[in-house]
Design a protein around this ligand. Sequence first.
Ligand code: SAM
Length: 218
Amino acid sequence: MIPQEDTYKHKGKRNALVRTIKAKGIKDHDVLHAIGTVPRHYFFDPAFLEHAYQDKAFPIGQGQTISQPYTVAFQSELLNIKPGDKVLEIGTGSGYQACILLEMGVKVFTIELNKVLYNKARKFLPAIGYKPFFSRGDGSKGWPSQSPFDKILVTAGAPKIPQNLIDQLKIGGILVIPVGNRQRQVMIRLIKEGEQKVKKEEFNYFAFVPLLGEKGWK
Ligand code: SAM
């Protein structure tokens, strides 16, 4: 995919999208700024450009989706991102969420199970100026060799919270993960307060594609 141009028209649509997600309750200025900056239309086939700035998920092939902008913003806000954080994203997909995190000044490690999506994102993101560290594999087990992380974000629906991910967080670190059945998941934010102490909070319901792999759905 060749990056398209980013015109005033696109910027105007992005600003409107920012207003939409702000109206839905997103307050974090850095998150809103990132959504207003990353050209989401770059991730769309030119035939579907009119969908790029609607607040909805969209198919990206391989039975997967680019998450809804509100969902991306909601998860990013829950992570309480600080510039310089080391963040693990599980489920690279299109790479859009990774770009949002990079735009917020963090170091991103992103892992994708699907080979086609991994290969596409690994080439495309650097081509549009975003450079996370990529890995292909089962992210339900985390990325042990790069741990510990300040933040871990899971962008697929898990049957339960994998203990490996908690183990790979720093003390004070945050895990954001949708947990539930294959149709519906509750957003969970887990804060690792001590080696054996976690605080769990539950937020809204979402509908993610399933987290596959050893600690995900079989
Ligand atoms: N973050 C993505 C974006 O910005 O486009 C959206 C991710 S999509 C909703 C979920 C992704 O998780 C899919 O690309 C899927 O292939 C991937 N996935 C599912 N199980 C996985 C696993 N065990 N490890 C890594 N990626 C996984």
